[in-house]
Design a binder for this molecule. Structure first.
Ligand code: DOR
Ligand code: ZN
Length: 350
C-alpha cells in the first residue's frame, strides 16, 4: 500500500477568499496547499475593474504576509473579472494584457451568493466573448439556469442544453471552464466537447450526494451551489475526475460563510473546504485506485488548459489519521469546515 505521495505543487482553479477579517482567516489555508489560485470576484461590490482587482490582490497578499510563514511566500492569486451586462471588451482585454485579469467569471444573475449584478443575457455580451476568444482569455461559468420554474436539481443540465451548447458553437475557440460540475450530463458533455472546454470539480461533489443535506435533519454545512445531486451523478463526476482526461481539474469552490450565516432560517450556500482540500481529493483517488492520476488532476491539467507553466516544488501527503476541527477561527469569526469532526486518512506533511 502507498503510504506517501509526493506531487508537483498544485493549483486551486476556483476559490472564494472573501475580504476583510474572513480573508485573513481563510487565505493561509489555501496558500499552504496551493501555489496559485483563481480568485472568484463575487465580493460586495463585485470585482469588475482592473483597479478593483489590483486592490483585492494586494489585500490578499497583505493578509498572507501578516498571517503566515515563509512557506506561503510563493502564493500567486490569479484574479478574475466579474462579468455584468455592462462589461466592456476593451477594458477587459487591456487588464488581461497587463496580467491583472486571468479570466472572466460568468454568474447568471441571481444564480448564487452575490450574483445580483450577474449577467441577464450572456449572448448580449457577444463582443466581450469574441474578444476573449481572440486573446485566449478563459470564460469561467457558473453553469445553472436561474428560472424559478426549473427544478433546482435540473438547473445545471438545463444550462448545458439551453446555453452552453450554443456558446460553444457560437464561439468555437473560446476557452470555457464549466465550474464545479455536479451532474452526469456535465461530465459527459465536457468529456465529449472540443479541447477548449474543460471543467473544475470540487471535493464535496466527489464525496457527498444530496442525502447529506438532509441526513437526520437539515445540514446547512452540506449546502452549496450547485447543490449536490443524487448518487448516480456523484459517481459520474467521480469517474470524470479520476479518468485521466486533461479536461477535468481541481477547483475547490471553497466558500466560507460565518457559522451564523449558515445555521440560519435562510442559510447561505457554500462549503469551506480549504483547510483539508488535498486530503479530501486524495481520499477519492485512493478509494478509486487512481493514485497514479492524482497529480495530473491537481497540478497539471488546469495549468495546461490556462496556458500557464507548471509549478516548481512539491507537496507530500502521508497516510495518517487527522481529525478535522469542528470550527476554524474564534468566537468573533468562526467557520465550520468541510468534514468537521471527521477523521481523514491522509495529511499534507510538507
Ligand atoms: O455554494 C456556493 N457558494 N456556490 C457559489 O457559486 C458561490 C459560493 C459563495 O460565494 O458563497
Ligand atoms: Zn464558486
Amino acid at each position: 500500500m502507498t503510504d506517501r505521495i509526493t506531487i508537483r505543487r498544485p493549483d486551486d482553479w476556483h476559490v472564494h477568499l472573501r475580504d476583510g477579517a474572513m480573508l485573513e482567516l481563510v487565505a493561509a489555508h489555501t496558500a499552504r496547499q496551493f501555489a496559485r489560485a483563481i480568485i472568484m470576484p463575487n465580493l460586495t461590490p463585485p470585482v469588475t475593474t482592473a483597479d478593483a482587482a489590483r486592490a483585492y490582490r494586494d489585500r490578499i497578499l497583505t493578509a498572507l504576509s501578516a498571517n503566515s510563514g515563509p512557506a506561503d511566500a510563493g502564493f500567486t492569486p490569479l484574479m478574475t473579472c466579474y462579468l455584468t451586462d455592462q462589461a466592456d471588451a476593451d477594458a477587459i482585454a487591456a487588464a488581461h494584457a497587463e496580467g491583472v485579469f486571468t479570466a472572466c467569471k460568468l454568474y447568471p444573475a441571481h444564480a448564487t451568493t452575490n450574483s445580483a449584478h450577474g449577467v441577464t443575457d450572456i449572448f448580449a455580451l457577444a463582443p466581450v466573448l469574441e474578444r476573449m476568444q481572440a486573446i485566449g482569455m478563459p470564460l469561467l461559468i457558473h453553469g445553472e439556469v436561474t428560472d424559478r420554474d426549473i427544478d433546482i436539481f435540473d438547473r445545471e443540465a438545463v444550462f448545458i442544453d439551453r446555453i452552453l451548447r450554443r456558446l460553444v458553437s457560437d464561439f468555437p475557440a473560446l476557452k470555457i471552464v464549466m465550474e464545479h460540475i455536479t451532474t452526469a450530463e456535465a461530465a459527459q458533455y465536457v468529456a465529449e466537447a472540443p479541447a477548449n472546454v474543460a471543467a473544475t470539480i470540487t471535493p464535496q461533489h466527489l464525496l457527498i450526494n444530496r442525502n447529506a443535506i438532509f441526513d437526520g435533519g437539515l445540514r446547512p454545512h452540506a449546502y452549496c451551489l450547485p447543490v449536490a445531486k443524487r448518487e448516480t451523478h456523484r459517481l459520474a463526476v467521480r469517474q470524470a475526475a479520476v479518468s485521466g482526461s486533461p479536461k477535468f481539474f481541481l477547483g475547490t469552490d471553497s466558500a466560507p460563510h460565518v457559522v451564523e450565516a449558515k445555521e440560519s432560517s435562510c442559510g447561505c450556500a457554500g462549503i469551506f473546504n480549504a483547510p483539508f482540500a488535498l486530503e479530501s481529493y486524495l481520499r477519492v483517488f485512493d478509494e478509486e485506485g487512481a493514485l497514479d492520476r492524482f497529480e495530473a488532476f491537481t497540478s497539471e491539467n488546469g495549468a495546461r488548459f490556462y496556458g500557464l507553466p507548471l509549478n516548481e516544488g512539491t507537496v507530500t501527503l502521508k497516510r495518517t489519521e487527522v481529525r478535522v476541527p469542528d470550527r476554524i477561527g474564534d468566537d468573533a469569526l468562526s467557520v465550520v469546515p468541510f468534514h468537521a469532526g471527521e477523521t481523514l486518512g491522509w495529511r499534507m506533511v510538507d
